[in-house]
Ligand binder design. Structure first.
Ligand SMILES: Cc1cc2nc3c(=O)[nH]c(=O)nc-3n(C[C@H](O)[C@H](O)[C@H](O)COP(=O)(O)OP(=O)(O)OC[C@H]3O[C@@H](n4cnc5c(N)ncnc54)[C@H](O)[C@@H]3O)c2cc1C
Length: 502
């Protein structure tokens, strides 16, 4: 039997894949598409992580889809509530019928002769085995997120094997790990550590946050009072749209100010922290980062929960470096030792682009690090390929929705002009190329060489502001003189029948 052929294949059923499915079924109803998901469930990030307190670091009015209002009372919520929201969105909008679970894409090869992607995947069989499958599609839409699922980043510390307590990585939290009455050391800074610490303290653990470098914290109320008032006064959709616009604007304002007036923003953020800390506790050395605000992700602290745990004496912050693991805990470079029943590595993610799939064009392999982004959606010289990569300093979903909508515009342009292949042109040879993101977080720095690059101007430059991308991706003409459209080969006389692969 010939491989099944679809118009569009989407890789991944997380926020990006669900957004892609909604937009494709809404704006390209004549296109046959499927979403291939490696896992047996949807939700991606929000169904994977299980560590105590796992929650969003952005408000649900912008992390939510524009097509499904957030109805919860709180704006900052835990992972299970986000997963429920995503499942509900998929159910209400009929998105699940497009998802084929248990199919992991390994590679995709563009065949110019046939003007199609030939996608190799592995499907899990009901008996627990695996079988290879091949699918063909005209357009490939990678929505596989940005990090590896099978493991997080674990630095190799000396003596790890000698430690007799329980050592876990936040990304692989064991079910039923009891922490009440136990001394837990969380290694790491950033959002995961800031989330884990108050949650472990609330479960009755005695917690130490061991960080090499302090983070910036932004203390916010878990409830958005303005959103709740708007909800009482206005129809649901208006209230949601207004709150979303307000939060996009506030987030963009803070980010811009962080770049244009870092000292002012630093004073504001540190001032907030000083107020939240117990009286007399200095900002140095634990709460005074050596870098500017928003050079790494800002950690939200809803209702000051982290600082309450510190004030209550249930959590302590230590700024130091791990020298080595010992039998009973950690030896620090300062000479201090930390006893620990449980050590948690909140040391970050292993970045991975394009769902880890190997791509090639006419037999020439494509390394993500060799690609140059076009409009932050496609790649110079690569036909009919788009990928979603959300904002780092705003909710991922904002960019995912714009990306999906833009892909639909490209697909509809192809249909309307009787063409089949859209290939972004390359930037001029003398245009300097820059890293994909201007972020100093460890996980970005470690993986920068694997990330695509961006140009310094034109459609090859990435925007970090929703308003700019909205204009570029929704309003500017698709045919901009850089995205080239080609007829491709004549379509086959007999369309390949659509048979569901799963
Ligand atoms: C701890 C943590 C907290 C975060 N907090 C926030 C936050 O507060 N706000 C925010 O905006 N963002 C946050 N993020 C970023 C988060 O990843 C995004 O919000 C968003 O969920 C990404 O959605 P996605 O669909 O692009 O990717 P993912 O959620 O990673 O989903 C990708 C899906 O694709 C599947 N997949 C991957 N590769 C393949 C393949 N080869 N074949 C088939 N299927 C594949 C995966 O199984 C997965 O289901 C956080 C991330 C982490 C790790």
């Amino acid at each position: 039997m010939p491989p099944e052929t679809l118009d569009v294949l989407v890789i991944g059923a997380g926020i990006s894949g669900l957004s892609a499915a909604w937009h494709l079924q809404t704006h390209c109803p004549d296109r046959r598409f499927a979403v291939l998901e490696a896992r047996p469930t949807l939700g991606g990030t929000w169904s994977l992580f299980r560590y105590p307190g796992f929650r969003s670091d952005s408000d649900m009015y912008t992390l939510g889809f524009h097509f499904k209002p957030w109805r919860g009372r709180e704006a900052i919520v835990r992972g299970p509530a986000i997963l429920d929201y995503l499942r509900e969105a998929a159910r209400e909008h009929g998105l699940e019928r497009h998802i084929r679970y248990g199919i992991r894409v390994h590679s995709a090869h563009w065949n110019s002769q046939a003007a199609r992607w030939e996608v190799q995947a592995v499907r899990q069989t009901p008996g627990g085995g695996e079988e290879p499958i091949t699918l063909h599609c005209g357009f490939l839409f990678a929505c596989g997120g940005y990090f590896r699922y099978d493991q997080g980043y674990q630095p190799a510390f000396e003596g790890m094997a000698s430690y007799r307590g329980t050592h876990v990585h936040a990304q692989q939290w064991p079910e039923g790990l009891a922490v009440r009455g136990r001394r837990v050391v969380v290694i790491g800074s950033g959002a995961t550590a800031a989330t884990l610490v108050p949650a472990l303290a609330a479960e009755g653990a005695e917690v130490v946050l061991l960080q090499r470098t302090p983070s910036y914290y932004f203390v916010v109320p878990a409830r958005d009072r303005i959103a709740l008032v708007l909800r009482r006064l206005l129809p649901e959709r208006w209230a949601y749209a207004l709150t979303r616009a307000k939060n996009v604007a506030l987030g963009a304002f803070l980010f811009r100010r962080s770049r244009s007036q870092p000292e002012k923003v630093r004073r504001f953020l540190l001032g907030q922290v000083a107020k939240a800390l117990p009286a007399g506790q200095a900002l140095d050395p634990h709460f005074s980062p050596p870098y500017g605000p928003w050079q790494q992700r800002l950690c939200l602290v809803p209702d000051a929960d982290l600082f309450k745990a510190i004030a209550d004496g249930r959590a302590e912050v230590v700024t130091d470096h791990v020298e080595c693991f010992t039998e009973h805990g950690l030896q620090l470079q300062s000479g201090r030792t930390l006893q620990a029943d449980v050590i948690v590595s909140a040391t970050g993610l292993e970045l991975q682009m394009l769902g880890g799939a190997q791509l090639s064009v006419d037999g020439v392999p494509l390394a993500p690090g060799g690609l140059v982004a076009y409009k932050g959606v496609m790649y110079a010289g690569v036909p009919n390929l788009a990928a979603t990569f959300g904002y780092l300093a705003a909710s991922w979903t904002l960019k995912a929705d714009l990306t999906s909508r833009y892909v639909c515009r490209v697909l509809n342009h192809l249909r309307d002009t009787g063409t089949r292949v859209a290939t972004p042109g390359a930037p001029p040879a003398d245009m300097p190329l820059r890293p994909f993101a201007d972020f100093t977080s460890g996980y970005f720095q470690r993986a920068m060489h694997q990330l695509p690059r961006q140009g310094s101007e034109g459609p090859w430059k990435l925007f970090d502001r929703y308003a700019d991308d909205r204009r570029r991706l929704l309003q500017e003409p698709v045919d901009d003189g850089v995205l080239a459209f080609g007829a491709g080969p004549a379509p086959a006389a007999e369309p390949v029948p659509l048979a569901r692969a799963a």
